[in-house]
Design a protein around this ligand. Structure first.
Ligand code: ATP
Length: 465
């Protein structure tokens, strides 16, 4: 970790707070680890990301369908999926200050890869061999308990009126289970022909041992998942295509290719055919998982078929052949996506002799499409004209900022910091008071270049588009 990148993350976290993107959860009560709240600008960016993702994965595709399944699920779901028995991370505690560490991640940091399939004893053997290199992140001591498997599922007491003997109803550990549960419903009601995709954005909760690095590892998150159902063994070509589409999508929303890369998993879970991550070069962390792309074979539907007793086979409409489809999955946390997009857009640069901070967000993602201001807020004629322009632009673009605070320079800086692509200023020339030729024109300032142009109000929408 070098100081320069660390301070860049701190600057981004501070900008997110200062400009209403992301606040620490329950802050007035001292905070709640691993939970963040999106503010007025953050929720707009988040919703724009979801909209762009949904468009790319449902509307722009053929044979892809959206879903929104209930968060709570039958307790057996998490048994069938393997989460009640195997969804755990190795935890150790510092004997000096009780800080908990996630042993596999600490090992990774010192260059040792712990396989997900390893037993507690195997992990502890690695941990013992590396103890001299691993210090407590809080007190710096190297005195830890041994590692124990810690289950990440979050329990609820939904429906728990009699308490004894009831299986707990869990909060979802991942969003995709809702898709598997509705596979049969969609086949029966929509008659999609294989191959087809089911898509969901949903909340997930994990009792992460050490939530950290801002939105990168949180305990409450939202996942955007696609599950593509294919005929058994007809997986390879589709997998290749999906992998590339997901990478290209990140580039299409403005992420720099040099900050993205693929990484293939070395150790696959027993049922998987192939697994890749799209990694992003996160500030402080460096390259780490942004999105997972997994070839899961028939594991998920087979498990649910066995545990529920329902027949989840697909019947080929032409041949009458019955089989359990294989699943190709893509899964990304929206918090990680949000963090990658903001980090990539964040720039500090010189403009007009000053250092400015600017978010060079894709115009379809920025919280506001454009900002409108009267040159002076105490001149009723200017304000009236500016409100007219504001109303017209709002009708066209939806989210438009009205900004009349401070002087124009300050407004530009503020809009730069939240990534507004253009600022429109209504001045005395707009009213035709100084030069009749400029009547009904406005100044439009470009966020990225700082360039200002005179544009006729009639042509403004076209220009901004
Ligand atoms: P990790 O190894 O980082 O714990 P994972 O391999 O368990 O992640 P998956 O279960 O494959 O992750 O989840 C799919 C995606 O969900 C990840 O690529 C990531 O974008 C997101 N994600 C997973 N855990 C978290 C978390 N605690 N906070 C934020 N996003 C997460």
């Amino acid at each position: 970790m070098n100081e320069k990148t660390e301070s860049r993350l701190e600057k981004i976290v501070s900008l997110c707070k200062r400009r209403g993107f992301v606040y620490p959860g329950s802050e007035i009560y001292g905070g709640l680890a691993g939970v963040f709240d999106y503010g007025p600008n953050g929720v707009e960016l988040l919703n724009n990301l979801k909209r762009a993702w949904w468009k790319a994965n449902v509307y722009d595709k053929e044979n892809y369908y959206g879903l929104d399944s209930g968060m709570f699920k039958h307790p057996k779901v998490w048994e069938a999926s393997g989460h009640t028995s195997g969804f755990s991370d190795p935890l150790a505690e510092c004997r000096e200050c009780n800080t908990r560490i996630r042993v596999d991640k600490e090992l990774e940091r010192v260059g040792i890869t712990a396989d997900e399939k390893m037993s507690e004893a195997e992990i502890n053997k690695l941990f013992d061999s590396a103890r001299e290199k691993i210090a407590c992140p809080k007190c710096g001591q190297k005195n830890f308990t041994s590692a124990k498997a810690f289950n990440l599922l979050v329990k609820s007491n939904l429906g728990d009126f009699t308490s004894e003997g009831n299986d707990p109803v869990y909060l979802p550990g991942e969003a995709c289970q809702g898709v598997y549960l509705n596979f049969k419903n969609v086949v029966d009601t929509m008659s999609p022909k294989l191959p087809f995709g089911l898509v969901q954005i949903g909340k997930a909760f994990r009792n992460e041992i050490s939530p950290r690095n801002f939105l990168f590892r949180t305990r409450e998150m939202e996942q955007a998942d696609t599950q593509f159902f294919v005929k058994p063994n007809e997986n390879e070509e589709a997998f290749k295509r999906i992998k590339q589409e997901r990478y290209d999508w990140y580039v299409s929303i403005g992420i720099k290719p040099e900050n993205l890369r693929f990484k293939q998993h070395d150790n696959l879970v027993f049922y998987a055919k192939d697994a890749w991550d799209i990694e992003y070069n996160f500030p402080t962390l460096g390259f780490d998982e942004l999105e997972g792309i997994h070839d899961r074979t028939d594991y998920d539907l087979s498990q649910h078929m066995e545990f529920s007793g329902a027949d989840l086979r697909y019947t080929d409409p032409e041949t009458g052949e019955k089989y359990i489809p294989w699943i190709l999955e893509t899964s990304v946390g929206l918090g990680r996506m949000f963090m990658a997009v903001i980090s990539d857009a964040y720039h500090e640069e010189e403009m007009d002799g000053n250092i400015r901070t600017v978010l060079k967000l894709h115009k379809d993602l920025s919280p506001y499409r454009v900002a409108v201001s009267p040159l002076l807020k105490n001149k009723p004629h200017l304000v009236e004209k500016a409100r007219e322009v504001f109303t017209v632009l709002k009708k066209e673009f939806g989210k438009v900022a009205w900004d009349d605070n401070g002087n124009v320079g300050k407004r530009y800086r503020r809009q730069d910091e939240i990534g507004t692509p253009h600022c429109v200023v209504i001045d005395f020339e707009t009213l035709g008071e100084e030069n009749s030729e400029l009547k009904d024109t406005v100044t439009v300032r470009d966020r990225d270049t700082g360039e200002q142009k005179r544009v006729a109000i009639d042509e403004l929408i076209e220009y901004l588009k």
